[in-house]
Write a protein that binds this ligand. Sequence first.
Ligand SMILES: Nc1nc2c(c(=O)[nH]1)N(C=O)[C@@H](CNc1ccc(C(=O)N[C@@H](CCC(=O)O)C(=O)O)cc1)CN2
Ligand SMILES: Nc1nc2c(ncn2[C@@H]2O[C@H](COP(=O)(O)OP(=O)(O)OP(=O)(O)O)[C@@H](O)[C@H]2O)c(=O)[nH]1
Ligand SMILES: [Mg+2]
Length: 463
Amino acid sequence: MANTTTEFDTIAAISTPPGEGAISIVRLSGEDALPIAEKIFKGRDLQKVASHTINYGHIVDPENGEVIDEVMVSVLRAPKTYTREEMVEINTHGGIVATNHVLQLLLSHGARLAEPGEFTKRAFLNGRIDLTQAESVMDLIRAKTDRAMQVAVNQLDGNLSRLIKNIRQEILDALAQVEVNIDYPEYDAVETMTTKMLLEKATMVKKQIEQLLATASQGKVLREGLATAIVGRPNVGKSSLLNYLLHEDKAIVTDVAGTTRDVIEEYVNVRDVPLKLIDTAGIRETDDKVEKIGVERSKQAITQADLVLLILNNSEALTDEDRTLLAATQDKKRLVILNKTDLPVKLDEAELQQTVAPENIIAISALTATGVDQLEQRIADLFWGGIDNSQSTTLVSNARQIGLLNQAKQALDDVLAGIKAEMPVDLVQIDMTRCWDLLGEITGDAYQDELLNQLFSQFCLGK
Ligand SMILES: Nc1nc2c(c(=O)[nH]1)N(C=O)[C@@H](CNc1ccc(C(=O)N[C@@H](CCC(=O)O)C(=O)O)cc1)CN2
Ligand SMILES: Nc1nc2c(ncn2[C@@H]2O[C@H](COP(=O)(O)OP(=O)(O)OP(=O)(O)O)[C@@H](O)[C@H]2O)c(=O)[nH]1
Ligand SMILES: [Mg+2]
């Protein structure tokens, strides 16, 4: 942050996407929002209109009387606003020139250009939302599927915050109890009682944190997409399957082995699972320089994938290359796909079943699209299996939150180890307090300026 900016001066920004549109919104927030808007607005007296009204008028450059735009201006009086500050929203005709001109006028009449995320940052600093809610605002904007959006809205409603706050309250109760008991050190029985209580609390809280952490892998995939590598020997039909799942001919398909030379990445939703599909060059020993690089990248794609779709040609016997791929992917989450089932069968499925569970072998024909439905269903089952897919589930999906939950869990492990080693209660208490602090960082009850700047700088301008 530059030295000239103060934390609560009046800020302005264009809150709609840049470019041509029907309407654009220029937002102001801060003590002087109304007086500044007044200076460039001709219409009703904005200071006198009722809050939460929209008012017709014109933006006029006070220097020369030039009319910049015909507008609608919303007046939102503190504290019932997005930032809890005085706010004004100017709805302009959505061109770049007029909208920028309005912003420039506000800047030359006392407003400062907002930093990315600064409106939402103020909503946090002014206590309207906590950090998990602020983070969910960004998740909401970036959501790629209905389900990802639901998760974000759930978090914006404060459900994760409430969970964390309840856990923190439990810890605080325990710590208060310890304080009281420490005041009576003459009673040996009190110490035993205190230790027992701490043990119970720490065990219970650890369980709750573990339950939250168990949702993390699904949460992460919802945000980033399940990285799904399509691998197999040349010509087995990898690009054909990619094209089918995408419902468009993105990858080049030919009967020449080695058609795909590089890795192709595409996003697609399969039954509301966001997949980041990675089509790879067919893996084989090759002397072709370009193809060789492609093959190396394919191997890398396997390493990085959350899910591997290994394609085999059902109309040919298994080759050593197939066997190598089967071995190379056996520790990954994997589906083995028998393609070209429209042709006569030559592949020995019995050999396959020695190493692959039958429910993970799926027969399809990318040419006639048979079996692709079952494949999609299996992907969805694999993904949603084991988690409660109801709308109300609270998932943690954010790397910062997950990192802090893991540290909080570690602190509880230290508490439990301390109790087991019969350490004095006041030492155990230190680890319990650390857990309380770490959970506080998730909601922003405890935070450092650096964290806030880093977090909000990832936001869009005007948010
Ligand atoms: N024009 C416009 N549309 C928008 C926003 C905005 O700022 N401007 N929002 C911004 O992203 C979102 C809406 N989010 C909002 C969240 C809270 C409050 C608010 O004023 N809350 C007050 C009072 C609520 C009430 O009247 O009961 C509060 O919680 O105290 C406003 C907008 C989406 N649409
Ligand atoms: N009969 C039949 N042919 C198929 C099927 N799937 C793909 N093919 C054909 O197999 C050939 C190779 O398909 P691709 O999708 O290019 O195969 P690939 O695995 O991407 O090949 P490389 O990029 O060279 O590694 C093309 O001629 C496809 O039309 C299928 O299910 N049945
Ligand atoms: Mg290909």
